[in-house]
Write a protein that binds this ligand. Structure first.
Ligand code: KG4
Ligand code: ZN
Length: 337
């Protein structure tokens, strides 16, 4: 089946053509137009500007995805679009474009949850991956564990009670002078510092829970930065980043270990933009090796927002008969778990 995926939930406009069949998963095109340069001026995503940039880009991006894949609209058998969660104005651009395209061309339409799409990215590169497994999604908006029982059936078993890991990296990175989004730069800088130089609280909540809280960690890092500046010193960016990364990785590894024990899962899928973090990838890959668990994570280009993952998730929604129609609406909320 040939699927056109469309993604516009945050600051990337993306369209992709993917072929999904039993035992065969192939990306024919995956075009991503990033708005990062525009939002960098403001130190974060400005929702109104994001919506406008999606409107300007979407038609050309879909054309390019079809052209690069070498297929015409008449060969597309399903259109999959991210409908939630995300920035409502940004989501509406993709949803309305997909609805019009599907309606005008008589193509079946499916709505996709962005978080499930991050996990579906793992299927694209690993044809043997199949549920059940434990998924950990770490992104700008999520730090969540899911028990994935069927391709499109997720049960959330833990998550952050406040900020997400990506937000925590971006916020502290910004305060120490890194351009938005700071995650990838902090990943590199952490190699240059002493990971035990700054004492910081763990974002893993104490007790029999798989939940996190990143707000205390962010506040502690800010207090360290402010107290150094009050003493007329610039905080040591590499030491802070290394220490900050260490407590985040340790917390994620600890809670993932608990989640593996709780669920008895034999496979772990790590997905989402922050899954690109080399320290987290290494920590979880070592944990899985120790526990005899198969570790699967998409390559870096499929970790960040893209439409190939939306098309892959859409395929499984289509298979279970979840078709959408012109009444489809976008939602900012993560409501279908
Ligand atoms: O999944 P994503 O592209 O968008 C959301 O759905 O939120 O994730 C974006 C987040 C940003 O916070 C960015 O700083 C973070 O992923 N990120 C990283 C790395 N690469 C991207 N965080 C840590 N280390 C990285 N290497
Ligand atoms: Zn995302």
């Amino acid at each position: 089946m040939i699927i056109l995926g469309i993604e516009s939930s945050c600051d990337e406009t993306s369209a992709a053509v993917v072929r999904m069949e039993q035992g065969r998963r192939e990306i024919l095109s995956n075009v991503v137009a990033s708005q990062i340069e525009i939002h960098r001026l403001y130190g974060g995503v400005v929702p109104e500007i994001a919506s406008r940039a999606h409107i300007e880009a979407i038609s050309g991006i879909v054309d390019e995805a079809l052209r690069t894949a070498g297929v015409t609209l008449s060969e597309i058998e399903c259109i999959a679009v991210t409908s939630h969660p995300g920035l409502i104005g940004a989501l509406l651009v993709g949803v309305n474009f997909a609805k019009s395209l599907a309606y005008a061309n008589g193509i079946p339409l499916v709505a996709v949850n962005h978080v499930k799409a991050h996990v579906a990215a793992a299927y694209l590169e690993c044809e043997t991956l199949e549920p059940p497994f434990l998924a950990l999604v770490v992104s700008g908006g999520h730090t969540s564990f899911y028990e994935v029982r069927e391709y499109a059936e997720f049960r959330e078993i833990g998550g952050t009670r406040d900020d997400a890991a990506g937000e925590a990296f971006d916020k502290i990175g910004r305060v120490i002078g890194m351009p938005y989004p700071a995650g990838a730069a902090m990943d590199k800088l952490a190699y240059d510092g002493d990971a035990h130089a700054v004492t910081l609280p763990s974002p893993a909540l104490v007790g029999d829970t798989l939940d996190f809280s990143f707000s205390g960690l962010k506040t502690a890092a800010l207090n360290y930065i402010n107290s150094e500046r009050q003493k007329d010193r610039e905080p040591h960016a590499a030491d802070l980043t290394a220490s900050y990364t260490r407590v985040i990785v340790e917390a994620i590894v600890k809670k993932t270990d608990a989640a593996l024990i709780k669920t008895g899962a034999k496979t772990l899928v790590l997905a989402g933009g922050v899954a690109a973090n080399s320290h987290i990838r290494r920590g979880l890959s070592e944990l899985c090796e120790k526990r005899g668990v198969t570790f699967s994570t998409p390559s870096l280009s499929l970790c960040s927002d893209n439409a190939a993952m939306v098309a892959a998730a859409g395929y499984f929604e289509f298979l279970r008969g979840k078709l959408a129609d012109t009444s489809l609406n976008a939602s900012a909320l993560d409501e279908d778990f």
